[in-house]
Ligand binder design. Structure first.
Ligand code: HEM
Length: 307
């Protein structure tokens, strides 16, 4: 039975290191072997620093997939598409590979990231690197708890992982979307607490969801809490973390799902709104600067592809 990459459904950590690479020409064979060597490297470090709760995810970019594994493709995998309505936009900056390293120790992440870069070095260029951190009790830098309505327990696995009946070859894999959002903290801080709460749709201090009738149509959770025709919630597993320093700050958004559609529909609903001019007002205070789509294959498939 296929095993998923453990970072996909792991509980939140204190620190993260996100590495985005583009693969050099004629390096596909090298990349397949190098990626297949990574899970053992992660296991060794997880063992050596067992208190750090180290976990990782290796994901293949939509535009690189055909070179990585020409034999078959995850059915819904396609490059992140630029989206824009008026001044609200989500740029596409697709990458060939994404490696997410998370643990409760920034130094351990640094050691592991260095090893990953050393191992891949001959076949890639590092396109972007972002270090994330847990902020207070799991809050985004806007001050709101992020992740409260994430699926929990076994349900998390149901939401995040491709099932046998979806596409058997890719069982226990996961569709991944990332976006690096940059917040306009100065503008956000001009708002009263109640105005901020109306934008999110939850209270700030206690993280309580607004009653349905009080939720503005422009609230972030109104725009992202979507249902299908049978009334079933279209869920994703968010593993986002804040990043930044004194000049640039924001959220590194990370979402896993057994289908790419849920994220696509939520992002569309944020940017395009509900057809009555109600777009997500959080977008007035934050701007996506990157956006990319990947597939994180099962551990077994990563090994099989390299063989
Ligand atoms: C909920 C922050 C981007 C999807 C939330 C919540 C916060 C938040 C504070 C409420 C607590 C929770 O349930 O986690 C942010 C920030 C973002 C961002 C600061 C960017 C700067 C996105 C994007 C998507 C998304 C791009 C998907 C396209 C969701 C979903 C929920 C949620 C599905 C749960 C809604 C519910 O069922 O109540 N987000 N988010 N978020 N967000 Fe975001």
């Amino acid at each position: 039975m296929a095993r998923e990459q453990f970072g996909i459904c792991a509980e939140p950590n204190l620190h993260s290191y996100y590495l985005m690479f583009n693969v050099l020409d004629n390096k596909n064979k090298f990349i397949r072997k190098a990626l297949a060597a990574l899970p053992e490297l992660f296991d060794d470090y997880a063992d050596q620093f067992s208190e750090s709760n180290l976990n990782a995810v290796i994901a293949i970019g939509a535009s690189y997939w055909d070179e990585y594994y020409p034999k078959a493709k995850p059915i819904g995998l396609k490059p992140f598409a630029h989206m824009q309505v008026e001044d609200r936009f989500a740029p596409a900056t697709n990458y060939d590979l994404f490696i997410e390293i998370r643990s409760d120790r920034a130094d351990v992440n640094h050691v592991v990231s260095t090893k990953v870069c050393d191992l891949l070095n001959d076949g890639v260029e590092l396109a972007e690197q972002v270090k994330g951190f847990r902020y207070l009790d799991g809050r985004d830098l806007t001050g709101f708890v992020d992740g409260s309505e994430n699926p929990k327990g076994m349900h998390k696995r149901e939401v995040a992982l491709v099932k046998e009946q979806d596409q058997s070859e890719f069982t226990k894999g996961s569709y991944l979307h990332i976006q690096r959002y940059r917040h306009n903290m100065n503008l956000w801080q001009t708002l009263e607490e109640k105005q901020q709460e109306d934008i999110i749709g939850r209270t700030k201090r206690d993280d309580i969801e607004y009653a349905s009738e009080d939720k503005p149509h422009t609230a972030h959770i109104k725009r992202t809490n979507l249902k299908d025709n049978n009334g079933k919630s279209l869920e994703i597993v968010r593993q986002s973390m804040p990043y930044g320093h004194m000049k640039v700050q924001g959220l590194f958004f990370v979402a896993y799902c057994h289908t790419p559609e849920n994220f696509e529909l939520q992002l569309k609903s944020m940017i395009e709104g509900d057809g009555h001019g109600n777009f997500d007002h959080l977008l007035k205070y934050t701007q996506a600067e990157t956006g990319a789509a990947f597939f994180a294959p099962s551990l077994d498939l990563i090994a099989e592809i390299a063989a």
